[in-house]
Design a protein around this ligand. Structure first.
Ligand code: SF4
Length: 375
């Protein structure tokens, strides 16, 4: 299958157009169609000459994600299940304005995106890893999740807020997604090259125009890749899916910890902070009887203080077929208070995301099972 056009950077397109002896301004026009107008097919690009469109069609594909299912919870968190060109399924989750999450109070739409089909890391509580890893997403498949959600939002009229900001001063369309968290299906840093290319495209003024500080990359703890990320020029935010503040707890629920221990992870995070001078976030899913005791809050607070990290507490969303349970609300509140008492900046997610199979990977598994049953 030819490379999708949305997997190319501006420089790569310019080199291609140069070799075709096409003027550089045609690249600008093409990029405008792809990222400002979110064109889903070549025919829409009415100001590009036919011979150029023919060359583009012959050499590149232009895929849009096909919506298979959409679920929305009472709190308007929405989950999208997409079909890729090869039939594989991935998920994205749209989270409405929530100052307690990854950005400031002005954030309006955060999209959580996937980077792999399935996941090889097998965290014991996670639905995404249940069926193993199938493949990495290409850069265009990562980028397209933002564009596809925006297409749906604009067709349903939900992105017409007067506060919406223009992508650039010269563009007429607007960016509805202004915050991206790479925390969906897959371990982002295990698909490093494609991830970085996709985020470069989403960040570039000629592409998505989403500020690097509005993009959060989450990892389960790939220490060597964290060190590599620290040397990249772009200032993305980093979140660690910690879920345990001791090796004993992390070894129990996150096999990655056996390869990269907490000590190695912490050293990589310290290096990242020295290089970037940026605050980290710890994601901490509270699982009943595993990591939710007040005693566990102590080592977590110590780590958070050491790394100047803020902590996002997320009560576990039950996954069908897995034994783990969500703690009582009181337990979650007590855990939060224990962190606050130790002067750690922490938030507790109180939304009812579990109404929509919100645990990453659940909707995909459910749909795949239904498809098998119907076959
Ligand atoms: S939590 Fe993340 S890294 Fe762990 S299995 Fe799930 S998708 Fe993979």
């Amino acid at each position: 299958m030819p490379t999708d056009i949305k997997s190319l950077t501006r420089d790569e397109l310019e080199a291609q157009f140069k070799s075709w002896k096409e003027p550089a301004y045609r690249v600008t026009q093409l990029l405008e169609w792809l990222y400002a107008r979110r064109a889903a097919n070549w025919d829409a690009m009415t100001n590009l000459p036919k011979p150029l469109l023919e060359k583009l069609q012959k050499n590149f594909s232009l895929h849009s994600l096909e919506l298979v299912r959409k679920q929305g919870a009472q709190d308007t968190t929405q989950k999208f299940l997409w079909k890729l060109a090869d039939g594989a399924l991935i998920e994205s989750v749209l989270i409405p304005a929530n100052p307690a999450l990854y950005g400031e109070a002005s954030d309006r739409h955060t999209l959580c995106i996937s980077t792999q089909v399935g996941c090889a890391y097998g965290c014991k509580f996670c639905a995404s890893g249940l069926d193993g890893w199938k493949r990495n997403l290409a850069p265009d498949e990562i980028v397209e999740q933002v564009l596809a959600v925006e297409r749906l939002m604009s067709s349903s009229g939900s992105s017409s807020s007067s506060k919406e900001k223009p992508i650039t001063s010269t563009r007429t369309t607007t960016r509805a997604i202004d915050n991206v968290v790479v925390m969906g299906m897959g371990e982002p840093l295990a698909n490093y090259e494609h991830l970085l290319k996709a985020l470069t495209i989403l960040n570039a003024p000629w592409g998505g125009g989403i500020g690097a500080r509005k993009i959060t990359i989450s990892t389960s703890g790939l220490a060597p890749q964290i060190r590599r990320l620290a040397t990249e020029p772009l200032q993305f935010r980093l979140a660690i899916s910690l879920h345990g503040a001791t090796d004993a707890v992390r070894n129990r629920i996150m096999p990655v910890n056996r390869k990269h221990s907490l000590k190695e992870l912490v050293a990589a995070c310290e290096y990242y902070q020295i290089q970037k001078g940026r605050m980290l976030t710890f994601e901490y899913i509270l699982i009943a009887g595993v990591n939710d005791s007040v005693e566990q809050a102590r080592p977590l607070a110590a780590l958070a203080k050491k790394l100047f990290a803020k902590v996002n507490l997320i009560p576990y969303n039950k996954v069908e077929g897995l034994p783990w349970e969500r703690p009582d609300e009181k337990v979650c509140e007590a855990f939060l208070r224990a962190l606050e008492k130790q002067k750690v900046t922490a938030t507790l997610r109180r939304e009812k995301g579990h109404d929509i199979d919100a645990a990453c990977g659940q909707l995909r598994l459910k749909t795949e099972k239904e498809l098998v049953a119907a076959a």
